[in-house]
Design a protein around this ligand. Structure first.
Ligand SMILES: Cc1ncc(COP(=O)(O)O)c(C=O)c1O
Length: 375
């Protein structure tokens, strides 16, 4: 059998990692400014993280959601404390798309409605409802096309209110910082307005923090820069440092009912151990603060470079986009193959920097040196 060929792959096989570095099967070292797509939070092969998953794996990898699992409760307590949402409820699943799928389902159960407001350039995943609220018709199949979505411009509160006024909206879904769409930061006043409007019109406000959350922006969640509290928050990627795991944080206004949501693998023992270990390490190593400090330093050092064809540099913490007027493909390719630096892309013109949150200023200096050479 051969693989279903849907990924355009670089001809590089990554074999191991350490902190902010990864190594291929020939032993070549790469600086990782991509974090495997914003997934690596506490760093590759963190010894405490490895010990936590090894210890858990040697006891029990999985048992079903039909029995008590104190690890889920421990995780909920720690996540509530770390994020400032200790009065919220936690539902655990396996991927970002599933987190959004369940949040949308809950919003629809709660309001009895099914239209959703999303935003231009949004990406929310590839399962049925998540892909329908993603602003990319090319990946929406006919079977996903089952409810109405209004795609508003980011920061256009008037357009959002016009849609909400129609009275058929169950949820407004927005990324804390638009990731796949190219690192666009919604204005704080816009977040505040969305909170006001969704409350006024009885719609649920869902913050997709799958890429921007878990400390990446220099606060636990990116929306916390605006001081709002959404009704639901979806998280994945950094939550378990590469172990597939995700969650929905659900406000107390939502009352659970047996059977309303469910999953086989979600909240499994090994994933919980990984996620608990991530929160412990984040606290011990002040990784949210580190993301802010090192992210600010990275922005400051980037601003000193005379970058040809540059349009704009945007970002918060360790979530940074470098946008060019033309294509960034050649620079990314030089960074990877000549300078041995992994970066992300958004479309053709934006380089996305999404390093592990343990990145140091020394790593930044190394990146800046190699970036200059690649220009
Ligand atoms: C903001 C956002 N939401 C949802 C997803 C989907 O997550 P997953 O690929 O784990 O389903 C992604 C993935 O890139 C994302 O960036």
């Amino acid at each position: 059998m051969k693989l279903f060929d849907v990924y355009p792959l670089f001809d590089i096989e990554i074999e191991k990692g350490k902190g902010c570095l990864v190594y291929d099967d020939k032993g070549t070292e790469y600086l990782d400014l991509y974090g495997g797509h914003a997934v690596i939070s506490v760093g590759h092969s963190h010894p405490e993280f490895l010990k936590a998953i090894n210890d858990q794996a040697s006891k029990l990898v999985f048992y079903s959601n039909s029995v008590q699992n104190h690890l889920q409760k421990d995780l909920a307590l720690k996540l509530g404390k770390a994020s400032g949402y200790d009065d919220y409820q936690l539902f655990l699943i396996n991927s970002g798309a599933e987190a959004n799928e369940n949040a949308l389902k809950l919003a629809s159960f709660h309001t009895g409605k099914k239209k959703v407001i999303s935003f231009k350039k949004a990406f929310h995943g590839r399962t049925s409802a998540a892909v329908k609220i993603t602003d990319n018709p090319a990946i929406v199949s006919p079977i996903n096309d089952t409810f109405e979505v209004a795609f508003c411009e980011l920061n256009d509160a008037k357009a959002v209110e016009e849609e909400l006024k129609k009275g058929d909206v169950c949820a407004v879904v927005i990324e804390g910082i638009t990731g796949v769409g190219g690192i666009h930061i919604p204005e704080s006043e816009f977040f505040v307005k969305l909170r006001e409007l969704t409350t006024k019109y009885g719609a649920v406000l869902i913050l997709d923090e799958i890429q921007s959350g878990y400390g990446r922006s220099g606060k636990f969640f990116a929306h916390q820069h605006a001081g709002i509290r959404p009704d639901m928050i979806t998280v994945a990627k950094g939550i378990a440092n590469g172990y597939p795991f995700a969650a929905v944080l659900i406000s107390p206004e939502f009352k659970p009912k047996y059977g309303m949501l469910g999953t086989t693998f979600g909240g499994n023992h090994l994933g919980c151990a990984a996620a608990i270990s991530v929160l412990d390490i984040m606290e011990k190593e002040n990784l949210v603060e580190n993301a802010k400090e090192v992210g600010d330093y990275l922005m400051q050092e980037l601003a000193k470079i005379d970058i040809p064809d540059l349009k704009e540099i945007r970002g918060k913490g360790l979530m940074i986009g470098i946008e060019f007027n033309g294509s960034a493909k050649e620079i990314r390719s030089k960074l990877l193959f000549d300078q041995k630096v992994f970066t992300g892309a958004a479309g053709t013109n934006v380089i996305r920097l999404l390093p592990p949150l343990c990145m140091t200023k020394k790593d930044v200096d190394l990146f800046i040196e190699r970036f200059k050479k690649a220009l």
